[in-house]
Write a protein that binds this ligand. Sequence first.
Ligand code: ADP
Ligand code: MG
Length: 110
Amino acid sequence: MHLKQLTLTQYKNFSSKTFDFDPNINCFVGDNGVGKSNILDAIYHLSFCKSYFNPISLQNIQIGNDFFVIKGLYEKTYVKKKLSVHSKKDRKRLLKEMVKPTRKYLNILV
Ligand SMILES: Nc1ncnc2c1ncn2[C@@H]1O[C@H](COP(=O)(O)OP(=O)(O)O)[C@@H](O)[C@H]1O
Ligand SMILES: [Mg+2]
């Protein structure tokens, strides 16, 4: 299974950003402070429902906003899986999961 797409909303320095990943190798290149480590931590957050660096989830919300959303689209042969983590100041953290068989998989089932 690989992470095909990552969408960040009001997460640290990313107001709204979508990344499309290659199934093999991906490189993050940029000046200090552009958000390379933040992308990796967002993927960690999506995987473990918490930040690697900051145990307080709400502190990952972009300064000046009151929630963040991290969405990931995972793809495995025949199955697409969407995962998202939401954190809102006045609510509990929420993890959503949606697994959707692809057409190919449905064809196999019938
Ligand atoms: N809660 C936050 N809201 C807005 N920006 C943030 C927040 N937390 C961190 N940042 C910003 O994230 C940037 C650091 O990103 P980072 O991933 O460490 O950069 P890199 O790894 O590319 O050097 C800094 O510009 C910092 O101001
Ligand atoms: Mg870094």
